[in-house]
Every structure is written in C-alpha cells, then in structure tokens.
Design a protein. Structure first.
Length: 481
C-alpha cells in the first residue's frame, strides 16, 4: 500500500501512466455510491412510511433532507478542501458516510432516518465537486474533457441504477437494505483512496475563514421554509406554527441575502444577479431540479400505491428514463454549440410538460410501458435544459466569476429539487384528504394534481427562458484578460 505521506509526484512515479486512471476509478466509485444513495431510498418510501406510520408530508423528508443538505455540502466543499486538502476531505467524507449508512440500516425510528439522510446529503454534496477537483489535478489539459465525460456518465449512472437495485432489495429483503447495500462500495472506495489519493502540490492547506454566520442563516432559512410547507397539511395552513415558520423563513432569507452581499467571502456570490440574464437562468435551473427530483419522488409512489405494482417494478420503470437522460447528454452538448441555447431550453420545457400531462392521467389500469416511455421522454426534456442553462449563465458573467456562476446554478438545481419534492408531497397529502372528505373513490389521489402542477410550472418557465441571454457566437481571445 502506498505511504499516506506520498506526494502526487511520487505516486505518479510508482504507478506510471496508469496512475490517473486509478484516481478516476477511486473517485468514480465513491461518487457513484453517493449518487446512488440519492435515489435508492425513493422506491423504499412506501415500506418505510408503513413501518413508522408516517404520511406523505413526513415521508418526503427522506428526500428533501438529502437534497437540501446536498446543496449546503456543495457550498462547504471549497472551505473544506482549502482547510484540510482534497485527500483528507475525501477520506473523512467516506468514513462519515459509512457510519451514516450503518445508522440508517439499523434505525429504530423515523427521526433517526431523517438525520441519516441529512448527513448523507451533506457528504454527497461535498464529494461531487471534490471528485472533479482531484481529476483535474491528475489529468493533463488535453485529456480533461475525456475525464469529465466519463465522470459525468458515472454520476448519472448511480441515480439510474439506484431505483432498480432498491426495488429488488425491498421486495427480496427489507427497506433497511437500501442503506446497507452501499457499504461494500464505500469500503472499496476507502481502500483505493488510501492507496492512490494524495494532496496535489498546488493545493497546500489554506486557513480560510468559513462564513459560519452565512451558513447558519442559509440552513435556518431552508429548514424553516421546508418545514413550514410540509407542516401545512398536518397543522393547518392558518396555524401559528406554520405561519411563524414561513415568516421566519422570509426573515432569515433577507438576513442571509444581506450578509452575502456585504460579506468579504460569501457562500453565494449574490452580486452575480446584477448581470442581466442570470436571474432567469437561475429560475430555469430551479425548475429543472424540481422536475428531475420531483418526478423521481412521484413515479415510484405512483407505481406502488396507485397502480398496485411491486417495488421492483417501480425501480425497473425508472431505468429507461435514466438511460435516456444519460445518452441524451452527449447529443445535447453538441447541439448547444450549434443551436441558440434558448431554443433547446424551450423545447426541453415543452417536452417535459407534455410528459407530465400524460402522467397526470395515469392510474391503476394504465400501461407500465406508457408510464416508462413518458418518464424517459421527460428525462430527455430535462437533459435539453441542463447544458444550455449552464452555458447561458456562464457566458454572461466575467471570467473571474465563472466558478460562482456554476456554483449558484448547481445550488439552484438542488434547492429546486427539494422544493419540487416538498410541493409534490403536499399535493399528495392534501388531495387524499379532499377526496376522502368528498367521498370520491380513490384512483390515483394527488398524483394527477402533482404531475399537472409540474406541467404548469414548466410551461410558465417559458417566460424566464425568454429572458435568458444567448452567448456570443465567438469570444475574442482578449476576453480572458
């Protein structure tokens, strides 16, 4: 085993030209394991909700907690790497993730599962950008595009396989297996990390001050907002607790925005919104996240509860959708260089809206093949929005703000995802209550409303899409000065 104190130059000398590929395998296994965890729990939600007797608005916390904390983890990544270095941060993150997976597998109550998902999301948010940093350090410039392409496929593959594996595990064993299944892969990634990872010489430890006040304000705002929304169906929308939480969310958001605009080292560079066209791109990114994670949350529940199918069937249904999205990215990437980004975004929004309209009519007798096709069509629509939005946002900001722009777009997608899941769960809970109160036979309660709302949101997204700025056809060489 390589000495832990070895520099990257020493490891390159020991393993030669194959070294960079070992680093690729190492970070790929770790990242795929954590991205798999983002979706593998979804197909187990009905079993978990039944075990702990929780409703939709409570059960959705297993998804929203992961997504919200993942957004915060992305912001913590830069400080962690500067303070402890890439290798130590990566190895520590894996160790914590292993402990969290064990705690989830042996959880004795629902609150413990939510805490586990918060920790897993935080770690996953830190590891994804960290993995790209480590690949940049070992691959030469001429090979970085290839490395990023392989890495991106790995990131997409994890969430694609997750529901399939989770469904089989739930049917054959128990929902607890969806937490424990990641342990062997985490241990392999930990072993490989000890062997092949080292701190790059160009990244010495930096004792940068963490904007802890901003982090607390951001966390408090997200928790107050998501709790207020999820508690509405249970406590009543006019209850003092719900109104107080939503008011607190507004106050914390204002305080957070003020600190980010006035602070020297903000978590989020909100000043970037002064550039015309960035705000609309941010909104479209939020919609993309809401559609992606909201549909991943809704579809397994629809198949298992409204259509009466097994967890394995629900997982298999999402497989074509994930593959369609993964295979679409290379094509969309090429088209983004040749077509006005707004055209692709508009097409993607409309396609996803169409798929949601069809899914809003799904019920017990609906063909699973039709549901799978509409899920795949929706993923193609989402893929059409992602690269153009990033390129559109980055192209309108100065070169020294590119990192902040990509960070904000990533945050928008994750935060939009948590809102999409929360709103979907609210509709499921409220619709079930309304139909029961009116004595209406329950066919697919709430799912029609949730998918119809997604379709409406995406059609409304055509307005901010129209305000996005198109990147210039050619950039003069002097723009990087």
């Amino acid at each position: 085993m390589a000495d832990m104190a070895m520099s990257m130059e020493e490891l390159q000398q020991r393993y030669g030209s194959h070294y960079k590929w070992w680093v690729m395998v190492t970070v790929m296994i770790g990242t795929m394991t954590m991205s798999l965890s983002s979706t593998i729990v979804n197909v187990a939600l009905p079993e978990i909700m039944g075990t702990f007797s929780v409703n939709h608005t409570m059960g959705q916390w297993l998804v929203t907690a992961f997504l919200a904390s993942m957004a915060i983890g992305m912001l913590l990544n830069i400080w962690m790497v500067d303070r402890f270095g890439p290798r130590t941060t990566y190895m520590g993150a894996l160790a914590i993730f292993i402990i969290a997976a064990l705690a989830g597998g042996f959880a004795v109550n629902f609150g413990m599962l939510v805490v586990v998902r918060i920790i897993q999301g935080l770690i996953a948010g830190m590891v994804q950008p960290l993995a790209m940093l480590m690949l940049y350090a070992v691959f030469p410039v001429r090979e970085r595009g290839q490395a990023m392409g392989l890495y991106a496929m790995g990131v997409v593959l994890g969430p694609t396989v997750g529901p399939v594996v989770g469904g089989v595990l739930v049917d054959w064993w128990s929902w607890r297996a969806v937490f424990l299944i990641v342990l062997p892969f985490c241990l392999v990634a930990f072993y490989l990390g000890q062997r092949y990872l080292s701190r790059p010489p160009s990244a010495p430890p930096v004792h940068r001050r963490l904007d802890s006040a901003g982090l607390l304000l951001l966390t408090g705002w997200m928790v107050a907002l998501l709790w207020g929304l999820s508690a509405g169906p249970d406590y009543g929308w006019a209850s003092p607790a719900v109104i107080g939480a939503l008011i607190l969310a507004v106050i914390l958001f204002i305080a957070f925005a003020w600190r980010q605009l006035k602070g020297r080292a903000p978590l989020l560079a909100l000043g970037i919104f002064r550039h015309a066209g960035f705000g609309p791109a941010f909104m479209v990114a939020m919609l993309t996240g809401a559609g992606l994670f909201g549909s991943v949350y809704l579809l397994p529940l629809l198949v298992q509860t409204a259509m009466g199918k097994s967890a394995s069937a629900a997982g298999m249904l999402l497989m074509p959708a994930g593959l369609a999205m993964a295979l679409s990215f290379p094509v969309i990437g090429r088209l983004t260089d040749r077509v006005v980004p707004k055209v692709l975004v508009a097409g993607g929004l409309i396609i996803f809206a169409i798929s949601c309209v069809v899914l809003s009519d799904a019920q017990k007798g609906t063909s699973l093949i039709l549901v799978a096709l509409m899920a795949a069509l929706g993923r193609v629509g989402l893929a059409m929005t992602m690269p153009p939005v990033v390129i559109g946002a980055v192209s309108i900001v100065p070169q020294n703000m590119v990192n902040q722009a990509t960070g904000l777009i990533s945050f928008a997608r994750q935060f939009g995802g948590s809102l999409g899941v929360a709103l979907s769960a609210i509709l499921l809970q409220e619709s079930t209550r309304w139909t029961a109160a009116l004595g209406v036979p329950l066919t697919s309660p709430g799912y029609q409303d949730a998918f119809a709302l997604m379709a409406l949101f995406y059609l409304l997204g055509l307005y901010p899409m129209a305000l996005m700025k198109s990147p210039p056809k050619e950039e003069p060489a002097s723009t990087t000065a």
